[in-house]
Design a protein around this ligand. Structure first.
Ligand code: HEM
Ligand code: CU
Length: 538
């Protein structure tokens, strides 16, 4: 698909050749920065998961358990906040985006490598502040709703300063990616020849840049209220608590697309490669990313239907919410059309991609139940919501992230993963996930409220089923982490292009050299021409 590519044999250590702490900490190489983000976010995925298992353990009994109700509040706050702010928002953009955007557009690096490194260090500084704030355990829930968060004895001001830094890093990264995609594309890579992961990351970056300042300002207002008693949100001081919810969701709804769009981009890369067919509906998939990014800004009110909102506003937010289903459906149908009559092979990246489609359809189809005004009243703040967002965030984004990690592991490390272990982990994760979270749809439908430490005894059987499911899920994740660790040292050497993919990152050595390409490639067509002579599997 491109001329002028060399060095695809893959014997050396490439960008990994230099060793030592300094070679990482001060590296301007987008690949190394991506790897640092990967380790950091993966760490918080595991810590967040540990809190999840503690929550599930407590919920096996309806009465007081091994932790007090107050400690339970701390556990779900930390589980939610760590998973959202330190894992899932940065996981794909900052780690895989950093590593692969320059490679996939055929560049030597991002547009501003120094800013990129600064972004990582600001992220880390934010994490340090967040951890420091936890000496007084956080109990507000990850949503920090006022007036409680304005009064809680927890170190909310310090924590929000930490998250402010994390957000700043997110803005810098998004800005860097937008400019990289505009200015660093290889000769011949027109917008309609860009890989769909790049389109997904472009839409994501736009949201990061436009939405993140809003949460930053909200945190500043909250801090001003706590420190100086200015009455923005506390009704006792003349403020309005609903204003906080509006600000919070004006950021936090668009941000669910920061979580899901990059994962959708990964799926759009993997499906054609493992079906050996050109992607179906390229333009529709590319533009639907932009449409989702735009529509995502117009629906935040669906989190507040029962908080107090005029019925006119509620009907409008409900209608707009349904409109997001259209571009989302466009993607799912196009993936399925790509699979149709393809010669599909089931290597681990494809397994995770198919799991994504299956689980995301369940997560996606339960959204409209919450977006409808009538059913929302029944389901609001129940386990139905918990099930819905775990199907989209874990069934969607986490599966997309895992699909990407399995797909790109050979490129990033120069080693192949063990397929046997990868399959075993995938089966455990699929079973464990559904047992844990499908049960929560039923629990929620029957009225079990979320964030309750104790509950009426009739819900206990289902809580036990969910907890046992979470053990199977955890077992799958342990097998997967073991596979990553083992393969890093003992995996077979990876060839430059083990999957026969056509995007540019595969047309250089594994692991890639520091400068990615010895000669910048010239692109002559789009990267999905499978099935034509000489393309991919020829
Ligand atoms: C091992 C897998 C996981 C299990 C077993 C699990 C379990 C739970 C449970 C039981 C709750 C409800 C707490 C309550 O309402 O009392 C919860 C809440 C939550 N989870 Fe997870 N979870 C898992 C993975 C994830 C992942 C991967 C994410 C995001 C990336 C996530 C994000 C959240 C959020 C945002 C909340 C809401 C917290 C709140 O209400 O403040 N979880 N989880
Ligand atoms: Cu929303």
């Amino acid at each position: 698909m491109a001329d002028g590519i060399s060095g695809a044999s893959g014997t050396g250590r490439g960008y990994l050749a230099e060793t030592g702490l300094r070679s990482w900490a001060f590296s301007l190489d987008h690949k190394r920065i991506g790897v640092m983000y990967l380790y950091t976010t993966m760490f918080f995925f595991l810590v967040g998961g540990l809190f999840a298992e503690l929550l599930r353990l407590k919920l096996m009994t309806p009465g007081p358990g091994f932790v007090s109700d107050k400690t339970y509040n701390v556990f779900f706050t930390l589980h939610g906040a760590l998973m959202i702010f330190l894992f899932i928002i940065p996981a794909i953009p900052s780690a895989l985006g950093n590593f692969f955007i320059p490679m996939m557009v055929g560049a030597h690096d991002v547009a501003f490598p120094r800013l990129n490194l600064a972004g990582y260090w600001i992220f880390l500084a934010g994490i340090v502040v967040v951890i420091a704030s936890l000496v007084r355990p956080m109990d507000t829930g990850w949503t920090f709703y006022t007036p409680y968060s304005a009064k809680s004895g927890a170190a909310v001001t310090l924590l929000s300063f930490g998250l402010f830094l994390v957000g700043m890093s997110s803005i810098l990264t998004g800005l860097n990616f937008i400019i990289t995609i505009h200015t660093q594309r290889a000769p011949g890579m027109t917008w309609s020849r860009m890989p769909l992961f790049i389109w997904g990351m472009y839409a994501t970056s736009v949201i990061q840049v436009l939405a993140t300042p809003v949460i930053g300002m909200t945190f500043i207002l909250l801090a001003a209220e706590r420190l100086f008693g200015v009455g923005f949100f506390d009704p006792a001081k003349g403020g309005d608590p609903l204003l906080f919810q509006h600000f919070f969701w004006f950021y936090s709804h668009p941000v669910v697309y920061v979580m899901i769009l990059p994962a959708m981009g990964i799926i759009s890369e993997i499906i054609p490669v493992f079906s050996r067919k050109p992607i179906f509906g390229y333009k529709a998939i590319a533009y639907s990313s932009m449409a989702i990014a735009l529509a995502g800004f117009l629906v935040w009110g669906h989190h507040m239907f029962v908080s107090g909102m005029s019925s006119v506003a509620a009907v409008i937010f409900s209608l707009l919410t349904f409109s997001v289903a259209v571009p989302t459906g466009v993607k799912v149908f196009n993936w399925i059309a790509t699979l149709y009559r393809g010669s599909i092979s089931f290597e681990s990246p494809m397994l995770y991609a198919l799991m994504f489609i299956f689980l995301f359809i369940i997560g996606g189809l339960t959204g409209p139940f919450l977006g409808s005004l009538g059913t929302n009243v029944q389901l609001h703040d129940t386990y139905f919501v918990v099930a819905h967002f775990h199907y989209t965030m874990m069934g969607g984004t986490v599966m997309g992230w895992l699909a990407g990690l399995h797909y790109w592991f050979p490129k990033m490390t120069g080693r192949m993963l063990s397929e046997k272990l990868a399959r075993r982990a995938a089966v455990l994760i699929l079973i464990g996930f559904n047992v844990t979270f499908f049960t929560m749809f039923i629990l929620g439908y029957k009225g079990m409220p979320r964030r309750w430490a104790e509950y009426p005894v009739q819900y206990q059987t289902m809580h036990i089923i969910a907890t046992v499911g979470s053990w199977v899920l955890a077992a799958g994740i342990i097998v997967m982490v073991w596979n990553f660790t083992r393969s890093l040292y003992r995996g077979e050497a990876a060839p430059g292009n083990p999957w026969g993919a056509l995007t540019l990152e595969w047309q250089t050595a594994s692991p890639p050299p520091v400068e990615n390409f010895e000669v910048i490639p010239t692109v002559t067509e789009w990267p999905y021409s499978f099935g034509r002579k000489g393309a991919g599997d020829a």
